[in-house]
Design a protein around this ligand. Structure first.
Ligand code: SF4
Length: 368
């Protein structure tokens, strides 16, 4: 029996994979076998007939950023002419458009603005919450919380408690990239691995749930990828606060790092990582197919490699589209792709609760 088969049998038998075994799978080209095992686990863990998706919108409230990430094509240094900071009314207009399309929440993230203290974030959240009391505010990834900490001098827990009181629903898991400082230090001056994890620990402690992400292909090796997965699994053992894990690949266009790294990870690299995440992260309920970076067709294939969720229809996205990922889909298209992969499409909210709304005829008339 091959080593890969032995590891897969062990996981299918309900036992936990070690870091060394994780590395063996990530080195393997036997991706059909690994994908089939990941799919089997996904079918046990989540409703086997259903694939979920969310209608929300990325609102990037500012592109001003006082750190440098060489993989980012979105940020602008403070004081540059093409910087922006959205006004409250501009954000509300985007939320109104999202609600009109059946959306239930907003994923709000921005650059690390040097002048915005905690009061700015509290004011924004409380005004949004007052105007849209049932709309979920999924906002501010760990680097932004760390930035508030640097500006306001408050500890993570105090910041997150105050933001929760102001209306924050949950935290996006962005800014993780590869959770290993050997890699992070080479490509970014933002928060360290320990700081990212400490923000998430504090968020879970004050009762906020969050997602976790990975962006690979930024000069990381399998050793770094395994360390990343291990750190996420360990924190989840401790807190149980992660709702989902979302791996995606570096998009190189228009980035400084993209001039050095001439090849992005391939479709096979993505499917392997997705499947191995499902198998290794036995304590995380949902694995998301990042169709936005991989394209809708590979995203659809991911539904047979361990993913149970298709992510967002993403009405607006500025960060990865600046780096060359210009994939788009509306609700009808997303539902069609899910149906043609053999599942019933089901809208959900940010916390993975099902959302049942009456669908417009043009959304439901699908050839399943
Ligand atoms: S990835 Fe985020 S923190 Fe890094 S430069 Fe871009 S906006 Fe700033």
């Amino acid at each position: 029996m091959s080593e890969v088969q032995r590891i897969l049998d062990k996981v299918l038998d309900g036992k936990r994979m070690t870091a060394e075994e994780c590395a063996v799978l990530l080195e393997s080209y036997d991706i059909a076998k690994i994908g089939a095992a990941a799919h089997q686990i996904r079918m046990r863990k989540n409703d086997p007939n259903v694939v979920t998706y969310i209608i929300d919108r990325n609102v990037n409230y500012t592109n001003v950023c006082n750190v440098v990430c060489t993989f980012c094509a979105f940020y602008r240094k403070p004081g540059k002419p093409d910087t922006y900071l959205l006004s409250f009314e501009e954000i509300c207009k985007k939320i109104d458009e999202t609600i009109a399309l059946g959306g239930t929440g907003v994923l709000m993230q921005g650059g690390l603005h040097p002048d915005l203290g905690i009061e700015w974030y509290e004011d924004l959240l409380s005004r949004l919450h007052a105007r849209y009391p049932n709309f979920q505010l999924h906002c501010f990834s760990p680097p932004e919380i760390h930035n508030i900490h640097l500006i306001s001098g408050l500890d993570y827990e105090t910041i997150l408690r105050r933001l929760k009181e102001a209306g924050l629903s949950s935290l996006p898991g962005g800014g993780a990239e590869i959770l290993d400082d050997e890699v992070r230090k080479r490509v970014s001056t933002k928060c360290t691995t320990d700081e990212w994890l400490a923000v998430m620990r504090a968020a879970h402690k004050v009762g906020l749930r969050s997602t976790a992400t990975m962006m690979f292909g930024i000069g990381d090796s399998i050793v770094h990828q395994v360390r990343h997965l291990q750190r996420i699994r360990d924190l989840q053992d401790e807190t149980g606060g992660f709702t989902a894990f979302i791996p995606w690949t570096f998009q190189r266009e228009n980035t400084a790092l993209g001039r050095k790294i001439t090849h992005e990870p391939t479709g096979v690299d993505f499917l392997r990582m997705l499947a191995v995440s499902r198998l290794f992260l036995d304590n995380i309920q949902h694995i998301q197919a990042s169709w936005l970076t991989q394209g809708i067709k590979l995203g659809q294939a991911a539904l047979h490699f361990g993913a149970d969720d298709m992510g967002s229809i993403m009405i607006e996205e500025n960060v990865i589209s600046a780096a060359g990922a210009n994939t788009k889909a509306n609700e009808k298209e997303l539902r069609y792709q899910i149906s043609k992969a053999g599942f019933r499409p089901q809208q959900r909210d940010i916390l993975y609760n099902y959302v049942n709304r009456e669908l417009a005829e043009e959304v439901t008339t699908l050839k399943a």
